[in-house]
Write a protein that binds this ligand. Structure first.
Ligand SMILES: [Fe+2]
Length: 289
């Protein structure tokens, strides 16, 4: 079965406003992965290595402009608090100069409109930009423990596998994690990163595409080597969260709204995007369709 061959996969979740996958808000993958030789213990085994990498590597921030990107549900607009694109659009000329001075290369910002800066736009934020926006304006970056293992410029590049490779830092500090990702049942991996949240932070509710424009779900696996990160799929119509619990590996329809609950400790997951093998797609289908 190829990607997009089964329109039934987007039939909707009964009693909810969710599109879901085969009528479910999310799919636990632990057992299907075990069927292809990736045991739950294999998913847990990378935790020590990831903790050491967090202690050794500079981490990035991500998120921080979900509201201005127009991808947050109406009932949860306020939880994004201060959104950086809204801040950038309102900067005084003097503050814009301060902002540009914090670029890795200020020349990149010549003739750039502030509305073209940041995630999914033409010029990315530097690490110094993010810190300044946080302390100067109170911008909320939900994921302050973001490690890119296979970077992408744009979200829409994540299913493209040609030319993608692990960073040198990933190969050096996370060899077991890279090896695990390479064993996952993808034809190719287009994007891989570790999404960490600091204690008390929450992941702002958003969706990664418009369900009205979706003809097939994006294929990915999100892995939580240890419990504690409470991802939920958000039914905006019924104001109800469907929390993922009890699974180390899940797939969900990221065109549905989703977020992460706050908790008083650091949490992370490893997200791997790409193109599933036909065999794995058939295995998931046999279990859930
Ligand atoms: Fe997302």
């Amino acid at each position: 079965m190829g990607r997009g061959d089964d329109a039934n996969i987007l039939r909707g979740v009964p009693g909810t406003a969710l599109t879901g996958l085969w009528g479910r808000p999310f799919l636990p993958l632990d057992e299907v992965l075990a069927d292809v030789g990736v045991a739950p213990d294999d998913l847990a085994a990378v935790h020590d290595e990831i903790c050491l990498a967090y202690a050794s590597l500079p981490v990035d921030y991500t998120g921080g402009s979900h509201r201005s990107m127009g991808i947050t549900p109406p009932s949860r607009q306020a939880e994004a608090v201060v959104d950086y694109l809204e801040v950038l659009r309102a900067l005084s000329p003097a503050d814009w100069q301060s902002f540009v001075s914090l670029a890795d290369d200020p020349a990149d910002f010549e003739d750039v409109d502030p509305a073209d800066v940041g995630e999914e736009r033409s010029v990315p934020l530097s690490r110094r930009h993010m810190l300044w926006l946080k302390v100067r304006f109170g911008v909320y970056f939900p994921w302050k423990g973001y490690l890119e293992l296979i970077p992408n410029q744009k979200w829409t590049d994540k299913a493209t596998v040609e030319g993608k490779r692990f960073t040198r830092n990933a190969r050096t500090f996370l060899p077991r994690t890279c090896a695990l990702v390479e064993r996952l049942p993808f034809v190719g991996v287009g994007r891989c990163n570790i999404m960490g949240l600091e204690a008390h932070d929450h992941g702002t509710v958003h969706r990664d595409g418009d369900p009205d424009e979706q003809d097939a779900p994006d294929e990915f696996i999100t892995i939580s080597p240890v419990p504690g990160k409470r991802l939920f799929i958000w039914d905006e119509e019924h104001r109800r969260a469907h929390v993922v619990t009890g699974s180390r590996a899940v797939w969900f329809n990221d065109f549905d709204y989703h977020g992460v609950e706050a908790a008083p400790f650091f949490r992370y997951s490893v997200r791997v995007d790409g193109v599933f093998t036909d065999a794995f797609r058939a295995l998931i289908g046999a279990r859930y369709q």
